[in-house]
Write a protein that binds this ligand. Structure first.
Ligand SMILES: *Cc1c(COP(=O)(O)O)cnc(C)c1O
Length: 368
């Protein structure tokens, strides 16, 4: 048996005719890019309504969506923005790219998201914003984070790149903070067929500025109120996303079922993901903790099973941030988890038999 970490082909095969005709239709209408692009407008409206927010502004990728929001919120030079130590580098990179300084906080044991206690400790007079990441598909502790933000008057940007459709106390992630960034990189829970991203917000003013920044600062053609940048979603990506969005909940439910299957087989053998009550995890990744990780990775590989590690090095310990001189005791949880975390294959089309085959490596005996 060969089991890929993420198998994008299976999903395509299940929707082949719809996807092919959507792409063909963009080409037939030469609707590649553009202001009044029908495919893009439909996507923005339907995604805003899916999340339960007023505005969706599409852009070129998830990293751009973070940068554009921060810029639109007036954050820049000399400002500090608090980010989790445990994330993909986009979260901190976007902060540096707009001239501000990322300040890292440790994660919570068990759930892996930003630790609100450590967050409070990192606030200074220069802090302007917080970027909670709903890591692996599990919402961050948003009530506590919003309370802290309100107390110190900080802007909250939810990084939802791994959490399309996740729910926190009855609200979709992306509708809780002041704005949210989404990535539709092909492997995400909702993925395009190339790079794509979106900004979500309820603020009319912020939406207007984000839209302007993403399109060279124009309000209409050749009327540039500010210098912006080029960060556009293209018609083909929008058309693919329009076909796929109606299936997102169904795919997330399949991921949840797969996570349950893993959990029931691995319970008591390795540390499996913990889901607090009042939260719905959408399992972008299924991350366990094992003591002898490198051996397990090799055994899995021998059986034809691909795995990954998210992430092998917490952000503050990457060479890119060596000037921070981070010490293990500054981020004890993220640092301690670093050598034990392991991401097992996870996607909607993964079969129960495949999950059973994967868990054999952990000495799980499946009895039928
Ligand atoms: C994927 C990802 C991003 C960025 O997305 P791109 O579309 O690849 O730029 C940002 N944050 C997190 C946590 C991600 O996983």
């Amino acid at each position: 048996m060969e089991i890929a970490f993420v198998d994008l082909k299976k999903q395509y095969q299940s929707l082949k005719s719809e996807i092919d005709s959507a792409i063909q239709s963009v080409i037939d209408h030469t609707a590649f890019i553009g202001g009044n692009n029908h495919y893009i407008q439909i996507f923005e409206e339907s995604f805003a309504s899916y999340i339960g927010s007023r505005y969706c502004i599409s852009c070129a990728n998830g990293t751009d969506s973070i940068e554009i929001i921060l810029k639109a919120a007036g954050i820049g030079i000399n400002d500090e923005v608090i980010v989790p130590a445990n994330s993909w580098i986009s979260t901190s990179e976007a902060v540096s790219n707009i001239g501000a300084k990322p300040i890292f906080v440790d994660c919570l044991q068990g759930v892996y998201t930003m630790d609100p206690k450590d967050l409070t400790k990192k606030i200074t007079s220069l802090t302007k914003a917080i970027i909670p990441v709903h890591l692996y598909g599990l919402p961050a502790e948003m009530d506590e984070i919003m309370n802290i933000a309100n107390k110190y008057k900080l802007f909250v940007l939810e990084d939802c790149a791994q959490a399309h459709g996740a729910v926190y106390k009855g609200r979709k992630t992306g509708s809780i903070g002041h704005a949210a960034s989404f990535s539709f990189y092909p492997g995400k829970n909702l993925g395009a067929y190339g790079d794509a991203g979106a900004i979500i917000t309820d603020s009319e003013e912020l939406a207007k500025v984000c839209k302007m920044i993403a399109n060279h600062g124009q309000v209409k053609k050749h009327n540039h109120l500010i210098e912006g940048r080029n960060s556009r979603l293209d018609g083909i990506q929008a058309a693919v996303l329009n076909v796929k969005l109606p299936f997102l909940d169904q795919w997330n439910n399949a991921r949840k079922r797969n996570a349950e299957a893993y959990r029931s087989l691995l319970n008591g053998i390795v540390i499996t993901p913990y889901v607090p009550i009042n939260m719905e995890h959408v399992f972008h990744l299924f991350v366990i903790q094992v003591g002898d990780r490198e051996n397990k990775i090799n055994e899995l590989k021998k059986k034809g099973i691909e795995t990954a590690v998210h992430y092998p090095t917490p952000l503050p310990f990457l060479p890119a941030y060596k000037h921070y001189n981070a010490k293990p005791e500054d981020f004890p949880v993220a640092y301690g988890n670093m050598s034990r975390i392991l991401s097992l294959p996870m996607f909607a089309e993964l079969k129960t038999e495949e999950i059973e085959y994967i868990t054999e490596v952990f000495n799980v005996r499946v009895t039928h």
